[in-house]
Structures are given as C-alpha cells and as structure tokens.
Design a protein around this ligand. Sequence first.
Ligand code: UDX
Length: 455
Amino acid sequence: ATQEIEKAPHAVRRRVVLFPLPFQGHLSPMLQLAELLRARGLAVTVLHTDFNAPDPARHPELAFVSIHEALPHEATSPDADIVAQLLALNSGCEAPFREALASLLLLREDVACVVVDGQWYAALGAAGALGVPVLALRTDSAATFGSLLAFPRLRDAGYVPIKEERRDDELVPELEPLRVRDLIRIDGSDVDALRGFIARVADAVRASASGVLLNSFDAIEAPELARIEKELSCPAFAVGPLHRMCPGPAPAEHGLHVPDRRCLAWLDAHPPRSVLYVSLGSVARVDRGVFEEMAWGLAGSGVPFLWVVRPGSVRGGGADELPNGLDEGFRSRGKVVAWAPQLEVLAHEAVGAFWTHCGWNSTLEGVCAGVPMLAQPCFADQTVNARYVTHRWGVGLEVGDVIDRARVAARVRMVMAGEEGDRARERARQLKLQADQCVAASFALDNLVQYVLSL
Ligand code: UDX
C-alpha cells in the first residue's frame, strides 16, 4: 500500500479519510468537519467502528466503511472506567483500522490524508506506518490540549498528581488562568493509567501527525492556540467553531440519540429568557444524591426549566426517576426530556441560561448562542472549560463543588436574574458577536484544504 501511495501523482490525491472516536462529543465535530471538507470539493470516506456507528443515511454524500472491530466488554460498557475504555478502544481498533485503511489505500489512489480523532493514538501510529499523511482532530479546547502536551513538565513541577491539597488553588504558571484543581483529572481512574494514556496521545501526535486541527478559534483562545503552534513541529489549524461553520445537516442530527423535539413547542409557550436549560452532556453520570439535590434545587429556585435526564445518567438506586414529593409547581414549571435538540434549544429566545457540565461541544455551543452558563464540570477536560467560562471569558458562574439544594436554588436564581447573571449575560452577548465575526471571516478551513492538497 505504501508503494502505491508513493507512486500516486499528487494531483489525483483528493480524498480525505476520517476516523472518529465513537462517542457523541467526538462524532459530531468529526462529521461536521467531513461535511465542511466535502463542501470544499474534497471526497470524504468515513472509517468507523461498528460500536456507536454513525448513520450514513444522514450524510448521503459521504462514503462510510466499517472497520468491523471486535471489542472487549470494557471498551463499550457505559460502566467502564473512561481511561480503561479509551485504552481498550485503541488497542482493540488498531489492527482492524490498519487493515481497513490499507485496503482503502490499495483500492483508491486519491487519498490525500487521514484525519483521526486526537484520542486515537494507535490509529495515528498505524496511519503513519502505512505512509499516508495523518492529521489529528482535537475535539477539546486548545487549553486542554496544551495542558496535555505540558503534562511531563506539570508532573516534574509536582502539579500532577497533586499530593498536597493546599496547592489546589495555585495558578499553574504556564497555563493561567488554570489552577491546579482545574487540570484534567478523572475521579476513580488509576493516575498511572491516565498519565500513560496522555503520554501516548502526546507522543503519537509528535511522532506521526502532519498537522493538528482544533475545534476552537482566536476570539476565545488566541494565546492557547499560539502556545500549541510553538510546542509542535507541525502546523495547527483552528477550524472551529465547527458546528457554526457547517453548512450541512443540523449538527444535532449527527446524534446517536433521538432528540425529543416536543420541547421546542413547550419553549414557544414561554416568554423570552425565562427558561433555564439543564444538560450534562452525553457521557457524564451523577450520583443519585447529586441528582436529587439538583431536582430539589430547581424546585426551590422557582425558575421554569428544561432538563435533559439522559437514561442511565444517574448512578444508584431509583435510577433516573424524579424524587418523590416534588410539588405540582415543580412538575408544571419544568419539562424533563431524555435528549434535547440542544442547538435549537440554545438558539430559542425563551432560554435565559444554560446549566452545563462544560463538555467542550456544549461550551462552544453556549458561547456561540450567547447564553450565560452555570458550570458544573464532572470529569476530564470539563474543569478546564468551566474555568474558562467563569474566569477567562466571564460568561458564567460556578454551581460550586458541593451540590446542595439551597446552593443550587440560589445559583439558578442568580444566573437567571441576579447581578452576576446580568454581567455574564452581557459578556456572553459580546462573545457571541466575536464568534459571529470569526465565523464570517475565517479562512482556517480554506487554509486547511490547501494544506491537505499540498500533502
Ligand atoms: C465528552 C467529554 O465528557 C467532554 O468533556 C469532551 O469535551 C467531549 O466528550 P460530552 O458529554 O459528549 O463530552 O459533552 P459535549 O462535548 O458537550 O458534547 C455533547 C453533545 O451532545 C453536544 O454537541 C450537545 O449539543 C449534544 N446534546 C447533548 C444534544 O444534542 N442533546 C442533549 O440533550 C444533550
């Protein structure tokens, strides 16, 4: 296969092969990128796992090829430790990905490059070994990616793993405004396994990537993007916000879940900026106790709310059932759905604020919609994103470390109608304008296409 590619004349290499990580927060930006590249004249083949496979019917102009992997239970179980899951996915998919890509390269002479999710360290190496240029798409922020690249230095400086809790509030010198407590961490995961995973990701990018794509943009992360450029010896393209750049099907349609669209009519019946939208994304799970405090806090706030309670997202007895005893007021003021058409919800004028776990997609979507946020980071990069929401951009407030009903009610009222909420709303409005300008002016995707064609 390698010889075939070397012989292929550059002019006919016009296809990009994409390989998304099979989770909602990763599939969406990769498929948005796919549509954007297709709209710019490139042919696109999506290699994908059978696990959480995307729906080809939603993307009639893209080609889809399964790698037909066979995965162990821990790679696909929602109960699996996330680091163990990522390690198992990487090792389980390496050979099937390599074989699928090699077959494709034999079949087609037009492949310009492969774009793999940045967490697919094994696929980065496998594509590199086949001699085809490979780019990594980071679906997290530039700040997060920068902190991963800096991990060995952070370890040497004693910031990770942190041994002294009193250092939690220290600013991390090269990563301000991040404090030690904001650095990526995964509760319950083995620290060595997390460190090993991060090292593999960073090493694979450094060893194999011909470029890095980031779902971010200058107005929100200019210094962080510049730092990454300096740190890597390959080019970095800030191609975000991808969901706003995308001309294709509404990004919500890339979903693995079916959105309950009836909530849009429910929102129609509410005055502007009166409803709090609550969603903790596609992966995070909360303990039953936290879930109950969220419910009672919403009840106590008196604020109308649209709450996504994803099936399986509550750990412990009683699962996702609302607690007994919530009054009629709570039930008539609120709507609970299993999955919402989030982009349309955020764009709805009835939505006054967004209580979010600060996954990077949700954070970008909130920023681009211009709504103030209430930040409740759960794990991984969400603490990084929450810090940017509250302290770098000033577009949101923290719920706080301890989720109790009185605090929740107070924070909900504050973000919806308090002075701090008003300040965050004004900042959110300004940041949305900057995002709009960035989308209108951005040449990053055109630059990327030129780069792809030059490979
Ligand atoms: C995971 C990680 O947890 C996160 O930290 C990382 O940045 C990406 O992967 P996830 O829970 O999927 O995040 O959150 P996020 O990145 O915010 O993506 C969730 C996506 O699902 C968003 O695009 C959002 O619009 C969509 N969504 C969520 C819906 O369409 N409807 C819903 O009801 C909830």
